[in-house]
Design a protein around this ligand. Structure first.
Ligand code: ADP
Ligand code: ZN
Ligand code: ZN
Length: 679
């Protein structure tokens, strides 16, 4: 007798599974990986099912053999494979790609191991009334559970100003679940927050906690995964991929800093952690709690509509007050520091306190332009300005890593005056050093922390991480007077001595062709302002801007989240954007512009015929992407949209299958369900 047979899927776009057989059946099982011959090579695949007979029409003799079963223990249970199938369906990827995303290979960003700030965790606090009420709801309230919808989990949102003690509530909710014999997944944004919070959690839960992060080697990640699956670590902490942690008896998923962009995966499958958490909590009967001082528009609407129970924390608990936040016009300022900001920096230093200077650099470059003819230095492979990095004397592309030496004269008209414009962190660093020669100044930015630059090898990365660690711990102990940085300094960091936060240029990012630009700017200003005065009153925030009267700026300075969302949601509704609609974005790319155009036009014509008679679905585009070229690929996109995912998803499915039939092999198509970036 032949068999048994096993179905395998692979980390490639093919949705189909392939059947293999094995002589020694003892080792093979659904949920393990195996090496098998695939085409002309050997490939690693995931066993998803066992079967008695080969598929219809295939003779047993012709079924290829598994070369080797890789895992001695199960990696995936039925529940995980089921989740992967659901993901494949929802995000238009293959089951193999979904399984691969659940245990990523661990070669992405290096996460700094921030070995400071674990001291707070030791003392036992007595919690405030607000904290106690929130904790009570999260652990035993019903979270506006809609009765009758069986798979809708109990959901809560801990909406608390920065420094209001959300972490303590999360930790206690986790403890409560442990006491009940249940497991907890505690999700945090990538980069800085991870290790500070991880340290705190580890010191609370000791060996019951497992940390997953993207800096781990594949083997230690696998070891953690197996430990978790065996129930040896009922508290799992990590960034987005930890949402897949195979904990038995899941009781609670926590999503800290819910608004953070890193919860959406940037590559296939482009899942959103919130969506996966929602799905898991629903099918495993667990609770879901999110938290932030600046919820996403999606979460805000769910709260206002009563679909998520909102829990408020309205006070700072460790002696801090909210800072006084002031918009200041940059209009008549030479350089990048206003008189007001300089005076406050001086005053802060005299008081023996510290300053954080924040530059929102997203979409903003320190770019090279000719004053005579307007020629601009752009990437040869992407259509974006190159950023000048003075310390390396290089002009770099932040999308593909390309760099070149800065030109000494304009290559177009020969003008020798051509030079650099805009603010970069390095230029601000120069100005701050010149203005305050007696103060200790340090800079951290994304370049010193994560490796998009394409310049540094492994040792460079390690050095950068070391630097960052050192800088942050020096800042924490008060040795550094001024910390200058980008997004890195806005996220979750908790420094006791900060009296002043200066936002160098708040308008950055507002010009991006993305309907979330205002939301991101608002949230960043509020978050970065939240770094000031966490432990003492009288702190200050100066927000430098070219439009101090703009409602977005005045509302962020007033920390007026409600006012901001009232205005923003009105506009989103009028324009039909999320959270009032769901989007599915199709992006094609090709080395040849004509192929990119004809593919997107082909896609658009199918889409139009599919939505012709459907009044609740429309199409945006086709158009060139805001970043029209990346790495020598021309990019075009279109978006289909509907108030209802149930309406738009099947159309996307049909669109894909019709497009696949006649597609151009030299263009690539990427589908993004609920896209977060439109660039
Ligand atoms: P959030 O996450 O809401 O921004 P944190 O959780 O970082 O705020 O808390 C801010 C500070 O308040 C921390 O130093 C924390 O130790 C402290 N804290 C939290 N709860 C209490 C409490 N009940 N009493 C006193 N201090 C508290
Ligand atoms: Zn010129
Ligand atoms: Zn480039």
């Amino acid at each position: 007798m032949e068999g048994p047979f096993f179905d395998l899927v692979f980390d490639n776009p093919l949705e189909q599974s392939f059947t293999y057989q094995i002589d020694d059946k003892a080792q093979a099982a659904a949920g393990k990986r195996a090496m098998v011959p695939f085409g002309r090579r050997d490939c690693l695949g995931y066993i998803t099912a066992e079967r008695k007979n080969p598929p219809d029409g295939i003779k047993a003799e012709s079924v290829k053999k598994i070369r080797r079963v890789v895992d001695s223990e199960l990696l995936f249970g039925d529940k995980d494979i089921e989740l992967a199938r659901w993901m494949a369906d929802f995000y238009f990827c293959s089951t193999g790609q979904a399984l691969a995303a659940m245990i990523p290979s661990g070669r992405k960003a290096v996460i700094p191991d921030l070995s400071y700030g674990d001291e707070e965790a030791q003392e036992t606090l007595s919690i405030s009334d607000e904290q106690a009420a929130a904790l009570h709801e999260i652990t035993i309230g019903n979270g506006n559970q809609k009765h009758g919808i069986g798979s809708q989990p109990s959901m809560f949102y801990l909406y608390g100003i920065t420094g209001s003690g959300k972490t303590e509530v999360f930790l206690r909710a986790a403890q409560h679940m442990l006491n009940e014999g249940k497991s907890v997944i505690y999700l945090v944004p990538e980069i800085s927050l991870t290790h500070q919070t991880a340290k705190m959690i580890t010191s609370r839960f000791g060996s019951l906690a497992a940390t997953i992060h993207s800096g781990m080697s594949p083997s230690s990640r696998l070891a953690q995964w197996i430990r978790i699956r065996k129930g040896e670590a009922p508290v799992v902490i990590g960034p987005r991929s930890a949402v897949f942690a195979p904990v038995p008896n899941l009781g609670l998923i926590i999503i800290d800093e819910e608004h953070d962009g890193s919860y959406k995966s940037g590559n296939t499958p482009r899942y959103h952690t919130r969506q996966i958490a929602f799905k898991r909590c629903g099918s495993e009967g667990a609770r879901l709690v999110m938290g932030s001082a600046t919820p996403s528009a999606e979460a805000w609407k769910l709260m206002t509509d009563g679909n998520i129970k909102r829990l408020d924390l309205s006070r700072r608990l460790s002696g801090g007050g909210m800072p006084e936040i002031k918009p200041v016009s940059l209009a008549k300022t030479d350089g990048c520091l206003t008189k007001e900001l300089k005076e406050e920096i001086r005053l802060t230093a005299q008081m023996g306190k510290q300053t954080i200077l924040f530059l929102n650099r997203r979409g903003f470059a320190y770019f090279y332009q000719c004053p005579e003819c307007g020629w601009e230095l752009t990437c040869k492979r992407c259509s974006v300005s190159l950023t000048w990095h003075k310390s390396r004397d290089r002009c770099m592309c932040h999308y593909c890593g390309y760099y070149e030496a800065p030109p000494s004269a304009c290559p177009k008209c020969g003008c020798l005056e051509a030079g650099f414009r805009g603010f970069g962190t390095e230029m601000i660093e120069d100005e701050v050093r010149r203005t305050f020669p007696d103060l200790n100044i340090r800079r951290v930015d994304a370049d010193t922390a994560s490796k998009k630059t394409g310049l540094s090898g492994n040792t460079g990365e390690e050095k950068a991480v070391k630097n960052l660690e050192e800088t942050l711990s020096l800042f924490k102990t008060g040795v550094i007077d001024i910390l200058l940085g980008t997004q890195m300094v806005a996220k979750g960091l908790n420094f006791p001595g900060v009296r002043l936060v200066g936002v160098i240029f708040a308008d950055t990012g507002l010009h991006l062709p993305d309907f979330r630009a205002a939301e991101r700017t608002f949230s960043l200003i509020v978050q970065v302002a939240g770094r000031a005065g966490r432990y003492f009153p009288g702190s200050r925030v100066i927000v430098q801007t070219l439009r101090p009267e703009d409602p977005l700026i005045t509302r962020s300075c007033a920390l007026d989240v409600t006012g901001f969302f009232n205005a923003e949601l009105k506009q989103r509704k009028a324009l039909g954007f999320p959270p009032f609609s769901r989007l599915i974005r199709f992006t094609v790319r090709s080395k040849e512009e004509s192929r990119a155009s004809s593919s997107i036009n082909h896609l658009a014509s199918i889409a139009l015929s599919l939505i012709k008679n459907k009044s609740n679905i429309d199409m945006l585009g086709p158009a060139e992407c805001p970043i029209g070229m990346i790495n020598n690929n021309f990019r075009r996109h279109l978006i289909i949209r509907s108030p209802s995912m149930n309406a738009v998803h099947p159309v996307a499915q049909e669109l894909l299958s019709q497009y696949e039939k006649g597609k151009d092999a030299k263009t690539y198509l990427e589908v993004d369900v609920d896209p977060v970036s439109m660039l």
